[in-house]
Write a protein that binds this ligand. Structure first.
Ligand code: SF4
Length: 375
């Protein structure tokens, strides 16, 4: 593509953006903190899903210092439901580095940004361009798709050669000194016009330049590498009930869904029913036997790499005086049903809690005691 086409594309896109760009809260003041948080929240998450989280977060944590001084538990609770919990851990770690080394501000330097936990080339480029208006590309899934179609890239876009070509083109297309508007424009074009399922080429400002449209292959771009099918797993969880309270446990700070609370249980193994798996898991994880198992729900939930069928049982301790001894988890508590909302849970557990809160009859022997105690 020659430089005059670059210039024309940049101009067309910015004009289109001025008339059609999305009105998003972090775009009003161009504050680096707001842009950073919004970009992290938007990873793997749609704008309409993340917006309520964003507003809640900004109300409670209006700046970097508020994040740095908050407890991990509170940060997690504000993130609950957004998934990919390592993101919030990285936000906390970055906020602490920013307070210790950068006066509580994000640095206006691509390399320094890249050195912060959880900030990769895309987020660094987004902060540099959207907050500081520096001529840096920010290639997210939307930009990748627009450029793969515009240039008709016939190889998988995640392959190194294609990815480098896309990044270089995204850099070359930026009208000098206008990265903020240009990057927002191409992101919005990907989200609103050049959409994943079907591009609306009839209302695209770039249709004149679009190679895949001219060749009639726009819907076949971008080319994806053959992916793995999400794994289907069956998990049995126990809602252990005792004196009006239920037992929950906290996952370790590293690994999958770090620091979240959950009902105890685990995956079924081959040839095992969910009921059998639960009895085994509670023995292994908590060293307790259980009685009166009653299946109350089957919850299905899809995560990125697996689909879970959560078989939920209510049950009681065989020995009422036994104290569950957490082994796989880091902490366990007996909590009142109405207090479950105070804790951050993975999405499938949260669906189960909604059911429990909606229908009190699902839990036997729950009289709603408000007090808690640790095991
Ligand atoms: Fe996408 Fe169509 Fe525009 Fe090409 S013309 S960039 S395929 S919307």
């Amino acid at each position: 593509m020659d430089p005059s086409a670059h210039e024309a594309i940049g101009k067309k896109l910015v004009e289109w953006f001025e008339a059609n760009g999305r009105d998003l809260p972090w775009r009003k003041e161009h504050r680096p903190y707001q842009i950073w948080i919004s970009e992290i929240m938007l990873q793997q998450t749609q704008v309409k899903t993340m917006l309520p989280y964003y507003h809640r977060w900004m109300e409670r944590f209006p700046d970097v210092r508020c994040v740095a001084s908050a407890s991990d538990e509170e940060l997690l609770k504000h993130w609950e439901g957004l998934g990919y919990y390592s993101r919030v851990k990285n936000i906390a770690a970055t906020a602490r580095v920013l307070c210790a080394d950068f006066g509580g501000d994000l640095p206006r330097n691509h390399r320094a940004l890249r050195g912060l936990p959880g900030i990769g080339p895309y987020t660094a480029g987004a902060v540099m361009s959207l907050a500081f208006n520096e001529d840096c590309p920010a290639v997210d899934g939307n930009v990748e798709r627009v450029l793969a179609r515009l240039l008709d890239i016939a190889m998988p876009v995640k392959e190194r050669k294609a990815a480098e070509f896309i990044r270089k083109t995204a850099q070359d297309l930026i009208p000098r000194g206008d990265a903020r508007r240009f990057n927002q424009a191409i992101m919005d074009l990907g989200a609103m016009v050049c959409s994943p399922a079907r591009p609306s080429c009839g209302r695209c400002p770039l249709s004149f330049f679009c190679v895949s449209l001219a060749r009639g292959v726009a819907e076949e771009r971008p080319v994806r590498s053959a992916g793995r099918k999400p794994l289907a797993i069956d998990v049995a969880v126990g809602i252990l009930v005792k004196e009006g309270r239920v037992f929950i446990q906290k996952r370790p700070a590293s690994g999958l869904m770090p620091g979240l609370w959950e009902f105890p249980g685990g995956k079924t193994v081959e040839g095992e029913t969910p009921r059998e798996a639960l009895i085994r898991e509670l023995r292994e994880e908590l060293d307790v036997g259980v009685r009166d198992l009653k299946k109350i729900a089957l919850i299905r939930h899809s995560y990125t790499s697996f689909r879970v069928s959560l078989h939920a049982f209510t049950c009681a301790l065989s020995d009422e005086d036994a104290q569950p001894e957490v082994r796989a988890a880091v902490e366990g508590r007996w909590v009142a049903r109405q207090d479950l909302d105070d804790y951050a849970f993975p999405a499938a557990n949260r669906k189960l809690i909604r059911l429990l809160l909606k229908d009190g009859s699902l839990l036997p022997d729950v009289r709603g005691l408000a007090s808690r105690h640790r095991t």
